[in-house]
Design a protein around this ligand. Structure first.
Ligand code: NAD
Length: 443
C-alpha cells in the first residue's frame, strides 16, 4: 500500500520504517527540512534500538523516503497517517494545532479517496475536527472526495519502539465505517499473523483507550511511589512490599517499580490532557490530579534526600549524576526527572558532572544557558572527585559497577539512587552512605 506519514519523530519515524520493512511504500513528510535531509542520508535524529537498520534497508530498497513536499505525498496515498506532536497547552489540555494544520494540508492536496488516520495521541473528538477541517478545505476547492478519518493510537514504548511496533500487543482501530477495517487488515497483515490483534471499535473509544492506557500506567507508578514514601516513614522496605503485592495475579509484578517519578513525552502530558478533557465534559476527576501531584513531588525527592545529608547550600561540592534520559535505551529528555534534580543542584551552587550513554547532547541543549554543569564521556569520569553520586536512570551499565573503584574515585561516600539498583546491605558493607527509594538506609 502507499502510505504517507506526517511527522518523523519517535512515532512517525518508527511507524514509517516498520511499515516499509514489511513492504509498504512509505513517504514521511516533515516540516523540519534539516531532519528530512538527515533522514534521507540514513541518519536517525533519535536513538532507538534497531531503527538504524530498518532506516537503512527502507532507503536502499526505495520503500522509504522523506520529504517536505506534502503535495505529492498526499496526492498518491492510500492511507495518510498523522503522527505529529500534541504537546501540553498552558491549561493542561492537549495542543491539537499541529494535527489540525496537517488536516488542512491534507484537504488542500487530496486528489483521490483516502483513509486519514490519527497516530498522534489526541483528545476525544479530534477525529471529528480533522474530518471537518479536511471537508472544509475540500469545499473551498470545490471538490467532493470521499475520505474517512480513523483513530489508530500508538502504544509503542520508547527504547523498545521498533520491537513493540513489529510485535504489537494489540492494534486498536477506531472506525466510522466497516469498509475501513479491511484497509487496516491489509495494512497490518504482516503484524497480525500469529493471532488477530486487531481490535475494532468506534473512533471515540479508540481515542480514549490511548489516554486510559497511559493514565493507568502513570497511576501504577504514582501508587507505588506513594507506598514507597509511606514505607520510608514507617520503617518498611518497599521492595519487599512490591514483591508481596505483585504475587497477587490481580495486581501483578509489571510496572510497579518505585523510583524518582515518571517522565517522557507521554505520561505527564496525557494525564494532564485527560484531566482537561474530563473537565471540559463536566466531570471533575479525582485520581488524575493526584497521580500528577504525587509524581511532581517524587521528582524532587532525589534533591531532598541529598540535601538531607549535605545541606541545601552545595557550594564547593561536586555531584555526579548517572543517567539523564527519562528512561534507559532512549535519548529522550522530555520531562525527565534528571532535569528538576540538576536545576536544584545548580541553584544550590553545586558543580554537576553528568553522564548518560545516549542523552548527553539532548540534556546539554536544555542546560545550554546554565553554568556549573559538565557532560562527561564515562560514568567513571562523572564520579571522579565527586562528593555524592545521584542515579536517575537505570541504564544496564549502572547495575554492577566496580564498587572498589567507585570508592577510590569519589571524594565522598553518598550515593542517592532514584532507581533502587543496589542491595542496601551490600552498599553498607562496601562503605557507602546509600539512600534509595522507600527502603531503610543501613549503617
Ligand atoms: P516528536 O516531537 O518526536 O515528532 C513530531 C514530528 O512532527 C517532528 O519531527 C515535527 O517536525 C513534525 N511536525 C510538526 N508539524 C508538522 C507538520 N505540519 N507536517 C509534518 N510534520 C510536522 O513527537 P512523537 O514523540 O513522535 O509524538 C507524536 C505523537 O504520538 C504525539 O501525539 C504523542 O503523544 C504520540 N505518541 C508518542 C509516543 C512516544 O513514545 N513518543 C508513543 C505513543 C504515542
Amino acid at each position: 500500500m502507499k502510505v504517507t506519514i506526517f511527522g518523523s519523530g519517535y512515532v512517525g519515524l518508527v511507524t514509517g520504517a516498520c511499515l516499509a520493512h514489511v513492504g509498504h511504500q512509505v513517504t514521511c513528510v516533515d516540516i523540519d527540512a534539516e531532519r528530512v535531509e538527515r533522514l534521507n542520508r540514513g541518519e536517525s535524529p533519535i536513538y532507538e534500538p534497531g531503527l538504524d537498520t530498518y532506516l537503512a534497508s527502507g532507503l536502499s530498497e526505495q520503500l522509504l523516503s522523506f520529504t517536505t513536499d506534502a503535495e505529492n505525498a498526499v496526492a498518491d496515498a492510500d492511507v495518510i497517517f498523522i503522527a505529529v506532536g500534541t504537546p501540553t497547552c498552558e491549561d493542561g489540555s492537549a495542543d491539537t494545532r499541529f494535527v489540525l494544520n496537517v488536516a488542512k494540508t491534507i484537504g488542500k492536496y487530496l486528489r483521490r479517496p483516502s483513509l486519514i488516520v490519527t497516530k498522534s495521541t489526541v483528545p476525544v473528538g479530534t477525529a471529528d475536527k480533522i474530518y471537518e477541517a479536511v471537508a472544509e478545505t475540500l469545499a473551498y476547492r470545490d471538490l467532493s472526495i470521499k475520505f474517512h478519518v480513523a483513530s489508530n493510537p500508538e502504544f509503542l514504548k520508547e527504547g523498545a519502539a521498533v520491537n513493540d511496533f513489529m510485535k504489537p500487543d494489540r492494534i486498536i482501530v477506531g472506525v466510522d465505517a466497516p469498509e475501513v477495517v479491511d484497509l487496516f487488515r491489509q495494512l497490518y497483515a504482516a503484524f497480525n499473523r500469529n493471532h488477530d490483534r486487531l481490535m475494532v471499535m468506534d473512533v471515540r473509544s479508540a481515542e480514549l483507550a490511548k489516554y486510559a492506557a497511559n493514565a493507568m500506567l502513570a497511576t501504577k507508578i504514582s501508587f507505588i511511589n506513594e507506598m514507597a514514601n509511606i514505607a520510608e516513614r514507617v520503617g518498611a522496605d518497599i521492595e519487599a512490599v512490591r514483591k508481596g503485592i505483585g504475587a497477587d495475579p490481580r495486581i501483578g509484578y509489571h510496572f510497579i517499580y518505585p523510583g524518582c517519578g515518571y517522565g517522557g513525552s507521554c505520561f505527564p502530558k496525557d494525564v494532564r490532557a485527560l484531566e482537561s478533557t474530563a473537565k471540559q465534559f463536566g466531570y471533575e476527576p479525582q485520581i488524575l490530579p493526584a497521580v500528577e501531584s504525587v509524581n511532581s513531588r517524587q521528582k524532587h525527592s532525589l534533591f531532598s534526600k541529598l540535601a538531607g545529608r549535605l545541606g541545601s547550600d552545595l557550594r564547593g561540592q561536586t555531584i555526579a549524576v548517572w543517567g539523564l534520559a527519562f528512561k534507559p535505551q532512549t535519548d529522550d529528555m522530555r520531562e525527565a526527572p534528571s532535569i528538576p534534580l540538576i536545576k536544584s543542584l545548580l541553584v544550590a551552587g553545586a558543580r554537576v558532572l553528568a553522564f548518560d550513554p545516549k542523552a548527553s547532547d539532548a540534556c546539554a541543549e536544555i542546560f545550554a544557558e546554565y553554568e556549573g554543569i559538565d557532560f562527561v564521556d564515562t560514568k567513571e569520569a562523572a564520579v571522579t572527585e565527586a562528593d555524592a553520586l545521584v542515579i536517575c536512570t537505570e541504564w544496564k551499565s549502572f547495575w554492577s559497577p566496580d564498587f572498589a573503584q567507585l570508592r577510590r574515585l569519589m571524594r565522598g561516600r553518598l550515593v542517592v539512587d532514584g532507581r533502587n539498583l543496589y542491595d542496601t546491605a551490600l552498599m553498607a558493607r562496601e562503605g557507602f552512605d546509600y539512600i534509595s527509594i522507600g527502603r531503610p538506609t543501613m549503617a
